[in-house]
Design a binder for this molecule. Structure first.
Ligand SMILES: [Zn+2]
Ligand SMILES: [Zn+2]
Length: 146
């Protein structure tokens, strides 16, 4: 699986991506501050390929969300909006078709896109991992604990 997290060192703003986490061993070096970051690797991660505990901070509170690229989704809508404004003067059907196409593309993207397990405490993200049935979608009440 792949892990993506913010370097936990104070003052370091690096976003570290590492794959496969299975081979991180005792930890990896931050590419920016060069400090060693310990990455825990649990049995469930090794045997079942699911995340049951955050590798970075050790928290067991994780949630699952869609890995939707919001910038791309928004760009499609903006382009369709511009097209429909242009078409509006010449052919109203084309204007509607442009908007409908954008909606369909966004919907298809949403359905095709994978899920990412995220840590409430440190926002570390785990991709290409199995989904832990104990995890649910984002919960604001849980989030506010951190
Ligand atoms: Zn760092
Ligand atoms: Zn964490």
């Amino acid at each position: 699986m792949q892990i993506r997290f913010h370097c936990p060192t104070d003052g370091c703003v690096a976003i570290v991506e590492y794959e496969p986490l299975e081979e991180a061993g005792g930890g990896i070096d931050c590419p920016r501050c060069k400090k060693r970051i310990a990455l825990a690797y649990t049995e469930a991660m090794r045997d079942r390929g699911i995340v049951d505990q955050c590798s970075v901070c050790g928290s067991r509170e994780l949630f699952i969300r869609k890995d939707f690229p919001q910038a791309i989704g928004l760009a499609i809508v903006v382009v369709a909006g511009i097209c429909s404004v242009i078409f509006y003067r010449t052919n109203i059907l084309w204007a509607w078709a442009a908007l409908a196409t954008a909606l369909l593309i966004d919907l298809a993207l949403y359905l095709a896109i994978g899920k990412v397990t995220t840590c409430y405490a440190c926002r570390a993200e785990y991709r290409k991992a199995g989904l832990n049935p104990e995890h649910e979608g984002f919960d604001l009440a849980t989030s506010e604990k951190f």
